[in-house]
Design a binder for this molecule. Structure first.
Ligand code: 13P
Ligand code: SF4
Length: 309
């Protein structure tokens, strides 16, 4: 690999000085992934955050992920390079609307995809990620009426996987719904024989033509296992860096949209290498939340971590 840049070296020196650990999501830019102590999906990152011993967790991902780190490990300082790095899915389920739904339907059991705010987690019974959603839903007692928030696409997929009836909140990921059958079929015709692996946040028509539907972390296992040499990856483009690093002898082709050769999440890409350095230098921006919300949000996360072991 190429030598680290000056700014990457600077970050590693600051990391030692601050006694920090750097956790990065698979969608981060390559220069951030390279200096991270751990790169993974939402589930892996939640476990890593909970176990972190360092004084500071520098979280390179989006706001709800850094919030989750703070919820599971509140005595650490959790830094997010850009506080505006949000998530369209998280935004699609405001806590006030969920509270109103629960008031109108008091017997509802809320399964919340981790892509939601701490306030929504605090109103939920159990959390899931794309890596464990089917497993978690299958564990919910059969007599419960489930409301699945906020991603209707992941919710539909879990419904198919488990056969469990669930109400779905009408949210979606603005980036993943841009993948279309036409764009995927077109790239497939250019790479005949290359399997298509898609994230469950894609719409059903795209999931239906994929060879495998899974979380970003499970894509690594799929890439290692398949005999194919070329793989079409239908998720955010940062994933390709991780795949290329872990499975260097295979070729990964970014899933295109109708208008773009690959698909970036504008929120994930708000974190730049300069902002990572500045966060460690200034020890800011840091994630803070009221203790009552944190404690209420912790219970359903802990349930997920226990159930998905
Ligand atoms: P994963 O947990 O599969 O990495 O997904 C996170 C995410 O934001 C997908 O858009
Ligand atoms: Fe949210 Fe979609 Fe970006 Fe993931 S890719 S962080 S779900 S907006």
């Amino acid at each position: 690999p190429a030598p680290l840049s000056q700014i990457q070296e600077e970050i590693l020196a600051l990391k030692r000085e601050r006694n920090a650990v750097i956790l990065a999501h698979n969608y981060q830019i390559e220069s951030i992934q390279r200096i991270a102590d751990y790169v993974g999906d939402s589930l892996g990152l939640a476990y890593q955050a909970q176990q972190a011993q360092a004084d500071v967790i520098l979280f390179c991902g989006v706001h709800f992920m850094a919030e989750t780190a703070k919820i599971v490990n509140p005595s650490r300082t959790v830094l997010l390079p850009d506080l505006d790095a949000g998530c369209s899915l998280s935004d699609s389920c405001p806590a006030g609307q969920l509270a109103a739904y629960k008031a109108a339907h008091p017997d509802t059991y809320v399964v919340a995809y981790i892509n939601c705010s701490a306030a929504v987690k605090a109103l939920s019974d159990v959390i899931c990620t794309s890596g464990n959603a089917a497993k978690i839903v299958a564990r919910v007692p059969a007599d419960k009426k489930i409301l699945f928030v906020p991603d209707q696409n992941l919710g539909q997929w879990v419904r198919q996987q488990t056969g469990r009836d669930m109400q779905l909140w009408p949210g979606s990921c603005y980036a993943h719904v841009q993948f279309t059958v036409a764009a995927i079929e077109k790239i497939r015709s250019q790479f005949p024989g290359a399997p298509v692996v898609a994230h469950p946040e894609c719409v059903q028509a795209v999931r239906d033509i994929a060879d495998e539907v899974c979380s970003t972390e499970l894509m690594i296992g799929f890439a290692k296992k398949t005999p194919a040499r070329e793989i079409i990856v239908v998720t955010e483009s940062g994933m390709l860096h991780r795949l290329q690093r872990e499975v260097p002898d295979k070729t990964f082709i970014a899933g295109p949209t109708d208008t773009c050769a690959c698909n970036d999440c504008r929120f994930m890409k708000m974190n730049t290498i300069e902002k990572v350095r500045d966060a460690l230098k200034n020890m800011s921006p840091a994630i803070e939340m009221p203790e009552d919300i944190r404690a209420a949000a912790f219970a359903p996360i802990q349930r997920m971590l226990d159930w998905s072991k």
